[in-house]
Design a protein around this ligand. Sequence first.
Ligand code: C2E
Ligand code: CA
Ligand code: CA
Length: 516
Amino acid sequence: MPLRNYARRRLVPRLVFALSMALLPLALGSSIIYWQALRSLSAEARTASHEALHLFDLMLGNAEGAAKVALSQKGKPCSDSTLVLREQVAVVPFVRTVNLTRDDAIYCTSLFGDFKAQLEGSDYVDGRLRLMAGNPVTPNVAILILRRVEGEYGALASIDGRYLSNTLQLVDQRSDLQLQVGGVWMDEDGHVHAGTPVPLPIGHIRLVSERYPYAVIGGFPEGAAWIHIRQEALPLAVLLLTLGGVSGLACYWLWGRSATPSLELERALMAGEFIPYLQPLVDARDGRWVGAEVLMRWQHPREGMVGPDLFIPMAERSGLIVPMTRELMRQVGEGLAPHGELLGEDFHLGFNISAVHCTETRLLDDCLSLQAKFLPNRPTLVLELTERELIAANDATDQLFDRLDGLGILLALDDFGTGNSSLAYLHRFKVDALKIDKSFVAMIGVEALSVCILDSIVELCGKLDLMIIAEGVETEEQRRYLAERGVDVLQGYLFGKPMSLDAFVQAMREESERAR
Ligand code: C2E
Ligand code: CA
Ligand code: CA
């Protein structure tokens, strides 16, 4: 069943194809969206880091201003300087404490006034900056200390770690920012860690301040790209999904279209899969080969040799039967013409012609180009029109059949007895021969009524002076019966089954040698 199974057999590849076509825009689009997300996250991390760097420089600038003012008190007793130090703490933004040092020892603070504590200058990066997790006054709050040295004197201005962590958090709420000073760093929660922070997986950036010895590190944690896509690219993702769905459905539909039986027939025609088989017609009196009927076969790449009953009806419905018959005529012409000498003078070559073909004047051209390949009037072309599919008689068909008649082409009414053609029909189309359907022949010696019909058909043909051909002759008894009734030509397995062109030429050659 080459056509009936066609669509079903192709369902799996069709589904796979449609699914791939649905996934393709999805996969492509997702990669583009993901890549785009990475790009925009990197840009965001860079902007945020620049912004944080700018703010930290600003804070440290303030602290440096306060330290400068504090240093104006150098050499004075602490009791005279305390007010100035406290004033700085009060008026300068971000500054929490200001202390004065001499020979690396703190001697005056904004908080306590007179104070004694040792200072490790080497704890300061470049001698200028130190990030601490806390100090004895506020052990849980980080501080960033700026140191300014002028000779033996120095000033320390500290910035509250909460300003720093707020800045890290608020500059960009989505990205991760860190402040690194020498061997320690602060996270967004204000915790200070020793060592170097682990590089951030997405958009990692490290910006070093040009004014102070610290760096800002920015980036995004793992999974940020998907969160970003969910927040920013949801409509695009929905569009992609729809696009994928539409493309999948379209491909499924398109494949379905190409899987229709008529397109499969068209493909087979282009691939040259329709080939002629020839069955001999013999003279009822002496068994001589006097003709052949051309029967179409489909040499299917997977199904093997397919008989016409399975595809001719579809070919007729789609109109493809016309180019298929033309192709058959071409192949027969090319295969038989070189062996024309094997065909006797009264050799009849029959082609089955569908009703749709008869409405085309191109039938005439098809017959002409076939005849042109052979010697004149050899073989005689016979067009077999089935009685089950009567042709509507009109001026065009009258003209066509007149011209065919003029070319010496005969008309045979096929399957005679199974349809309902009238005598008027036989007359109108100037039918030259009747082919008695094999169902009647099969009844010889079996059923009296059918044989009675057969007898009257034979009698009718004699009266109308029509040539008579009986098909489906399988037994000697049938042959004898038909020959005795005066049937001219016989066709059937008794004499030869339909065979390929090459086999037919070979058989004809053997026939002609036997006749000699
Ligand atoms: P049909 O025109 O009546 O052709 C005769 C059918 O009887 C052929 O079947 C042939 O193989 C078969 N046949 C011949 N001798 C015997 C016999 O002794 N016993 C039995 N049981 N059968 C025999 P096939 O080749 O299968 O063709 C079937 C039908 O398909 C044809 O019936 C014809 O109507 C159609 N057909 C075949 N080729 C063409 C074509 O090229 N064009 C068109 N339009 N129809 C075609
Ligand atoms: Ca026929
Ligand atoms: Ca028949």
